[in-house]
Design a protein around this ligand. Structure first.
Ligand SMILES: *[C@@H]1O[C@H](CO)[C@@H](O)[C@H](O)[C@H]1NC(C)=O
Ligand SMILES: *[C@@H]1O[C@H](CO)[C@@H](O)[C@H](O)[C@H]1NC(C)=O
Length: 198
């Protein structure tokens, strides 16, 4: 019953969005630099701004024992450079996967991403192909007046071998800006995140 209600709400949302321009803040990538250590891994990132989605594909050439992800994000207001937000964090992929498999929230998020392709789900990360196709996050229309923001994202992966020696295997830089634009292809909001029924 609940699921039917959710489905109905999803359909209604989809209908409401047809042909209706709404204000949305979307990233516009200006500068993408992708690097990987080809001995271990090859990867590719593509982005479509018209029908906003991101594709990520990765070929793992040999089993990866353990991997850390380092993420740095800087968001700056173009009008007021003093208004800057930064994030600088390192996460262990194998520990996140442990969490994803054990907690309900983790399973939910992991399940959401899993809908988009074949993603890493255990450690060691086995040799093979992984991808995320047509990934996009749920959006909600913006009514407030938002400042124009610039962003810079640094995404690195480090291989940890059994003696904890670190090797940089992935190093991506993404630069661009968030712009408020009128869109008529808003990706449905929070309802889209509920598990789909087969
Ligand atoms: C992403 O992958 C999908 C499915 O393979 C494809 O239809 C789409 O054109 C790709 N988009 C980009 C930006 O490469
Ligand atoms: C992020 O943290 C690392 C290590 O703590 C440091 O070397 C690096 O400079 C920091 N980056 C930024 C943008 O603050």
């Amino acid at each position: 019953m609940l699921l039917h209600t959710v489905l109905l709400a999803q359909v209604l949302l989809a209908i409401c969005h047809v042909g209706l321009a709404e204000k949305m803040m979307r990233p516009k990538f200006k500068d993408i630099k992708i690097w990987s250590e080809e001995k271990f891994i090859s990867h590719k990132v593509t982005y479509d701004s018209a029908d906003p989605h991101l594709n990520f594909s990765m070929e793992v050439h040999q089993d990866l024992h353990d991997v850390d992800i380092h993420l740095e994000v800087r968001i700056t207001n173009k009008q007021d450079p003093l208004y800057t937000t930064t994030m600088n964090t390192t996460l262990n992929v194998c520990r996140i996967l442990g969490f994803a498999n054990k907690s309900p929230v983790g399973r939910f998020v992991h399940g959401f991403i899993r809908e988009y392709g074949n993603i890493v789900d255990s450690c060691p990360i086995a040799k093979g192909s992984y991808f995320i196709n047509k990934f996009w996050w749920p959006e909600d229309p913006t009514t407030a007046i938002l400042p124009e923001l610039e962003f810079e994202i640094i995404w690195q992966a480090m291989l940890l071998d059994s003696s904890k020696k670190r090797t940089l295997i992935m190093n991506d830089h993404f630069g661009g800006e968030f712009v408020v634009q009128d869109v008529n292809n808003l990706k449905p909001g929070i309802f889209a995140m509920l598990p789909k029924i087969a």
